[in-house]
Each structure stands twice: as C-alpha cells, then as structure tokens.
Write a protein that binds this ligand. Sequence first.
Ligand code: HGY
Ligand code: MN
Ligand code: MN
Ligand code: MN
Length: 428
Amino acid sequence: IHEPKYPNSLSSLSVNADTLQKQIDELATFSDSPAPSVTRILYSEKDVLARSYIKDLMELSGLSVREDAVGNIFGRWNGYEPELAPVLTGSHFDAIPYSGKYDGVVGVLGAIEAINVLKRLGFKPKRSLEVIAFTSEEPTRFGISCLGSRLLAGSVQLAELLKKTVDSQNISFSDAAKSAGYANAKGDLSEVFLKKGSYFAFVELHIEQGPILEKEGTSIGVVTAIAAPASIKVTFEGNGGHAGAALMPERNDAGLAAAELALAVEKHVLDSGSIDTVGTVGILKLHPGAINSIPSMAHLEIDTRDIDESRRNLVIEKIHQSALAIAKKRKVILSEFEIVNQDPPALSDESITKATELACQELNLTHKKMISRAYHDSLFMARVSPMGMIFIPCYKGYSHKPEEFSSVVDIANGVKVLALTLAKLSLS
Ligand code: HGY
Ligand code: MN
Ligand code: MN
Ligand code: MN
C-alpha cells in the first residue's frame, strides 16, 4: 500500500516562517537575563518552562513524546516500517549566560517545523522520524558540555562522574535533576545510553556561529567534520594576606599565577602555527575577591580546540608544563589541574552529507562544505549513529552573545533542507 514517495512537488514545500520566528522569540522569553540576551541554565525554572513549551509543540505536531532519565526529549513520528532504525534530528535549547536566542534553538524548533513541512506535503516516512531536544549541551551549570548527548553516546565515565558532581552552589546533579522533575537521574544513568544502531542517521540544523556563509552569500553549510574540544580546570593556592601590609617580596599571589597562566595559554595556542588552534580562559575567579586582600586562591577554566587532535593535545601538555613552572616560580600550590574533557573530532557520514547536498540542489540553494569550529551534540551522536549537520548563515558570525541573529529567510532555507534530508534518509 505504501509506496516510498519522495516529495516531488517541491514548489509546494512551505515553511511557516512567521510562526517559527514567533516560537523562537517566545522561547527566548524563558530567560534569566533581560532581552535581547538569553540565559537558560540546565534544570532551572526557565529551563523547565522551555521544556514544556517544546513538548507542547511536539505534541501539536502529532509526535509521541518521551523523555529519558536526564531529560533528553524525544518526539516520534512513526514510519510505515516502524521496525527500521529511525532517523533522528534535533539540537539543544539551553543558553549560556547572556547569549542569544538562535544557538541550538533553531535546530530544535526548526526540526519540529521540518516535520510539519513534511506532514503538510502529505509525506509518509518509511523509517520513523524523531525530533530530539538535548539536555544541556552547554557546560554552564556542571562544567560538562553535551551532557545529554555524551550519555546517549554511552559515556560510562560521565554516568559515574554525575553521581558526585555538584554545581557552584553545591547542589548535586541528581538534586538539580529531581527539582526539574527527573527523579530517576539519581541512580544508574546507563539507562540513557543508546545502543549503536538505534538510529539510522542523526542530523542537526544549527547556525554557523562563524562568518563564512554570510560573507560569501552562501545559503547552506554542509558540515564535514567537527573540531576537537577540550576543557581544563586549574586552581592555584597561596597564602593571601593584607594588600597594604604584606610586602611584595613576601607574597605568593595566586591571582598573579593565574594571570601568567592565562597569557601562557594564549602563547601556546599561537605557537601551534595554525589558525585552527584556539584557546580561551573564560572563567577566572579570585578568592576572597576583595580589593584589599591578596588572592589566596585563583581558579581558571580553559577551553582549547583544534581540528587536529594531536596538535590540540600538545597545547594541553604545554599548558600543564606552564602551570607547574608558574607554581614553582611563584611559590604557590597547583592544587588542581583537571582535564575535564579531551574529545576527539568527529566526521560527518557521507550518506548524510550527500543527502543534504542533493536537497540543496533540488531547492536551488547555494551550499558549501565546511568544518564546524564550535562543538555540538553531533560530536557525540557520531559515536552511535552516522551524523551530519546543516549550517545556516548568521549575522557577522556572532554567537554566544545577545547580538546573535539569523534571518527568517535563512532559517526557513535551513528547515527546507532539513526536511528534504530527513525525507531522503527516511526512505533509504
Ligand atoms: O561552545 C560551543 O562550541 C558550543 O556552542 N556549546
Ligand atoms: Mn553554544
Ligand atoms: Mn549550539
Ligand atoms: Mn584592616
């Protein structure tokens, strides 16, 4: 009865762009910082509101909704061969402090709209199509990036770590999860793990977060690989003391050790000789944090990435050597040097990039292959499923700040390409 039927009336493929924009704007109001900035932290009240908003939209689109123990949200449209591995698409909806409203969100709300597009066309999926909204792609609350997708990818290490992880207010991961309605997140998180082969394909729609597509006037980026991210926590401890009375030769200022290490990070990154190596000290905290007290403790968090994993690892090694040398020279204690994550890069699967390129051709949209310098849940989904990503242009490449912006036309293009990519994969 069911003939595999690829949408052939492409001209009638319509995205409800205004509605989608309204949804993006509405989701942005669930924020702990004032507009135009967005701050939405894992398991906060605003995060919970965003979750119900997304689940409601999934249900309105006729998807059957379920959540796993940490709150990854799935919405499923059953195919006519429901025993086949489904095609999954989605992104995240948490937002780092004072960021924008498009990062992640475009790939969640856009995925639901892609399903709507296909339904309006009368498309019938062979493989089931599923939308996912991932839990905590951003590392803001517990210092762990891609928390939901890392677990889906079967990270035993993370499942163990989360049993003892606390946030900066000393709230445990399981208590935070419980407060958001995920009481099962206290036990064995291995139930979140996906078996390899659970999904036929995973596709993520996302803003580029870089300037290339906009600058070149290209509509779609077809991602071929995702750069390798790593993050490191460092703490120096000294004696502290009175900012007036303690003479300079007597001091071992933990804050100055941190300042020196921050500059060393920049130096080691620049010394790699490649423009693809980047490093950032995005967190630098001094204790006790008083103008007239010598810092007795300094805490840094370092983010470093590269498309070349071994080159990035060399930078990490050099940062470690510098931390040891600075501690020795400044007579402070290096009480913590913890590599929180040191992830390899991921490659897209050719079957998915091909489907996306074909979709662009059919839609007459200009496109180019590119790498992703930002990381995404796709980095981890690639471990359990063939993976692909679709990028759309964003204003000046701005991201992780309130000025982040993608036009409604670019978003609609992304949704169309996603819809056709899903259709192709569903029928294969
Ligand atoms: O930091 C990243 O690359 C991502 O936006 N979370
Ligand atoms: Mn982000
Ligand atoms: Mn993102
Ligand atoms: Mn005093």
